[in-house]
Each structure stands twice: as structure tokens, then as C-alpha cells.
Write a protein that binds this ligand. Structure first.
Ligand SMILES: C[S@@+](CC[C@H](N)C(=O)[O-])C[C@H]1O[C@@H](n2cnc3c(N)ncnc32)[C@H](O)[C@@H]1O
Length: 271
């Protein structure tokens, strides 16, 4: 990413540390990349979120400066401008800063906003992609999210849209007609409305659907149902965050025996 300091209060880029936006994967600590592992072992400072596996924090050097900027149950999350300010401040004082984010940093993780903020302040920034929950959680349940016979297209979509009247919301009815499969992040809260919209968009109520809660770690749960009954079933069985919702014929292609056992670790910091 090109840099050029627009902030006269900051040192030149070659005097600033580099911030690495690193994907921590979905929970199983073995699902991080070799590059992420190497950076964690040598970083001077670490800034991390709620869904980051605790085992990864332990890879950092003992004198690594650590900052938690996620959301804990019953507490507000750290506002994004504060996180941005912490990252710029750390870049002034350290050489290697890891900004560790659950899953992939550029998929529903505000990684794009942080990269743009850092670049606009002249801070060198690099992204290290991660394994996203929308692929890993279905995989650990044995569900292929595309399939030659059952799904040639898949859409990753958020079910928790920012309330911003200046932007159009997700066109669920359009998605019902245009995508064979849907992988929905943060979808449980609005699940009933989402399912109704998809049915209004001409998806049959019998369309196979699944919810995977706490994918890849102990406590992983799988609910297999259909679009018309999914919201009731998820509510009755007490499904909660973090969960991935999969909708489409691919759910029927589930091969239970191929699913790896979830890692024997707890979800790090519950919402
Ligand atoms: C803010 S988004 C971050 C997504 C992340 N950047 C990624 O690529 O996986 C958080 C949402 O991801 C999903 N999620 C993250 N980890 C999960 C897991 N282990 N099992 C199921 N869903 C998960 C949930 O929908 C959760 O509400």
C-alpha cells in the first residue's frame, strides 16, 4: 500500500512502524497462516478483538504491548476512532504492530477502514488474509458452500446492517433470485425478517438452511432446518452469537464424516 504522510505532526513513513492487519481465523488456533504465526512471534505491539483465539495471544513476546479493543459482554465496544488512534500512536513508538482480527480482516471486520486511516496518516500497513468464519464454520459442520450439483454461486452477506439512511440496505429479495447459496454473518438477531424477505423473493420455505454456532471450537453447534422454520427452530434451541447461517441446497450436500473435530478450546471472549 502506498504511503505518504498527510499529518505534519507525524514522523516520516520510514520512521514509523508497520501495522499488519492480520486474520486470526475463526477460533481454532491452528487455522492461522504461517505469516500470521511469524508476525505474532516477533511483534512489539498487539491490538486485538473479541473473537481472537486466546492461544494466539500467547504466541507474542513477553514484552509485547497488548491492547484489547473488542466488545465484552455487557460493555460497549471500543469506538472505531479510538482504535484508529491507538494504531497510529503505536506506529510512532514501535516497529512491528499486529492488528489481529477474527476471521479475515477485510470481511465484515472494518479492516478496510483501518487500512485507509493508517495510510492517510502515512503509516505503512499490510494485510495478512485469514480463514473466514463463513467458510470455516460450515466446513467444520461438513457443509460445502458451493457444489457442482447444488450451488454454483455463493454470497457472503451481513445480517446486521449499519443503520445509515444514506445507504441502501441489503436487497434480500434480489439475493433470493440471484444467488444459489447465502452465507450470512451476524444474522441471528434479524433472522425472522431475513427469512421472510427471502421467501417473499421467491425462495421456497422448504429451502434447506443451517445455523452453525461457535464454529471450529468446543461448543460448536449445528442446526439443520428449512427457511420457513429456521427462525423458530433457532429461537427454540437457544442459538446465539457468534453464528453463521447457510441457506441453499448445499446444506443437503453435508458430509458429516469429513468435518474435523472442533478444537478443544473455548470461544475466547463471549459476547
Ligand atoms: C464482525 S463479524 C467478523 C467476521 C470475520 N472478519 C470473519 O472473516 O470471519 C463477526 C461475525 O462473524 C461470525 N463468526 C465469527 N466467528 C465465528 C465462529 N467461530 N462461528 C460462527 N460464526 C462466527 C458471526 O456471524 C459473528 O457475528
Amino acid at each position: 500500500m502506498s504511503v505518504g504522510s498527510e499529518d505534519p505532526a507525524l514522523p516520516a513513513a520510514d520512521l514509523l512502524g508497520t501495522v499488519y492487519l492480520v486474520g486470526a481465523g475463526p477460533g481454532d488456533p491452528e487455522l492461522i497462516t504461517l505469516k500470521a504465526h511469524r508476525l505474532l512471534q516477533c511483534c512489539d505491539a498487539l491490538v486485538y478483538d473479541s473473537l481472537v483465539p486466546t492461544a494466539l495471544l500467547e504466541l507474542t513476546p513477553v514484552d509485547c504491548e497488548r491492547h484489547f479493543v473488542g466488545k465484552r459482554r455487557g460493555h460497549h465496544s471500543v469506538p472505531q476512532p479510538s482504535t484508529n488512534a491507538v494504531l497510529v500512536d503505536l506506529a510512532r513508538r514501535h516497529r512491528t504492530i499486529v492488528r489481529l482480527k477474527g476471521g479475515d480482516p477485510f470481511l465484515f471486520g472494518r479492516g478496510g477502514e483501518e487500512a485507509a486511516h493508517l495510510a492517510s496518516h502515512g503509516v505503512p500497513v499490510q494485510v495478512v488474509p485469514g480463514v473466514t468464519a463463513g467458510i470455516a464454520a460450515p466446513a467444520y459442520a461438513g457443509i460445502p458452500i458451493t457444489h457442482r450439483k447444488a450451488g454454483s454461486s455463493v454470497t457472503f452477506v451481513t445480517g446486521h446492517e449499519e443503520i445509515d439512511k444514506g445507504r441502501p440496505g441489503v436487497d434480500w429479495q434480489g439475493l433470493a433470485r440471484s444467488s444459489d447459496g447465502l452465507v450470512i454473518y451476524m444474522g441471528l438477531h434479524n433472522l425472522r425478517r431475513i427469512c421472510d424477505e427471502l421467501i417473499a423473493g421467491a425462495l421456497a420455505p422448504e429451502t434447506p438452511a443451517a445455523v452453525i454456532q461457535q464454529g471450529t471450537v468446543s461448543g460448536q453447534r449445528l442446526l439443520v432446518s428449512c427457511l420457513g422454520e429456521l427462525a423458530d427452530a433457532a429461537e427454540a434451541e437457544g442459538y446465539g452469537s457468534p453464528s453463521i447461517v447457510v441457506i441453499g441446497q448445499v446444506v443437503l450436500e453435508r458430509v458429516e464424516s469429513c468435518a474435523p473435530p472442533p478444537a478443544d478450546v473455548e470461544m475466547p471472549i463471549p459476547f
